[in-house]
Design a protein around this ligand. Structure first.
Ligand code: HEM
Length: 133
């Protein structure tokens, strides 16, 4: 406290807001990506719900949506949606296991984050093979 009763803070504190120079542990990366994929899923659902609705509206609508999925852009959106869902699901399951009191220590938290991210990368590769083959 200063003499005037106000909280005094050192003015020249080091501040680093440059994300590119901040070294983040795997747990932090997993957490940030989980939020990013949660928001991405929300927007991806507009495409999924539209495609569902259109394909169920009529036989022509079904053929139209089926035709779309022969193109790269629709395939890429579908791959992105499946990959982002796989990540959010896998890291979400890790999150719920942590909520039950496991993998909260530095070592187990870190290794479970690396394993969850690795499983998601494998899932994204498999999704790509599935969609493009
Ligand atoms: C397509 C459907 C989904 C959408 C749009 C969605 C979206 C979101 C969003 C926006 C958040 C908040 C993230 C944050 O504030 O950090 C979140 C959190 C969460 N999601 Fe999802 N999610 C979906 C599906 C799932 C699934 C299938 C799981 C299964 C495990 C899941 C597990 C979780 C968990 C455990 C959290 C809490 C994370 C935390 O407390 O930091 N979500 N989700």
């Amino acid at each position: 406290m200063g003499q005037d009763g106000q909280v005094t803070v050192k003015k020249q504190r080091p501040v680093n807001l440059d994300l590119t120079t901040i070294s983040m542990p795997a747990t932090a990366k997993a957490s940030i990506l989980h939020r990013v994929t949660g928001v991405a899923l929300f927007f991806a659902l507009t495409f999924v719900i539209w495609a569902w609705s259109e394909s169920l509206s009529s036989p022509e609508g079904f053929e139209f949506v089926r035709g779309l999925f022969t193109g790269f852009i629709a395939k890429f959106i579908a791959w992105g949606t499946v990959s982002v869902l796989a990540y959010h699901l896998i890291v979400g399951i890790r999150h719920m296991i942590q909520d039950m009191g496991h993998w909260e220590e530095l070592e187990s938290g870190n290794s479970s984050a690396i394993i969850a991210i690795s499983l998601s990368v494998i899932a994204a590769i498999l999704a790509g093979v599935w969609i493009w083959s």
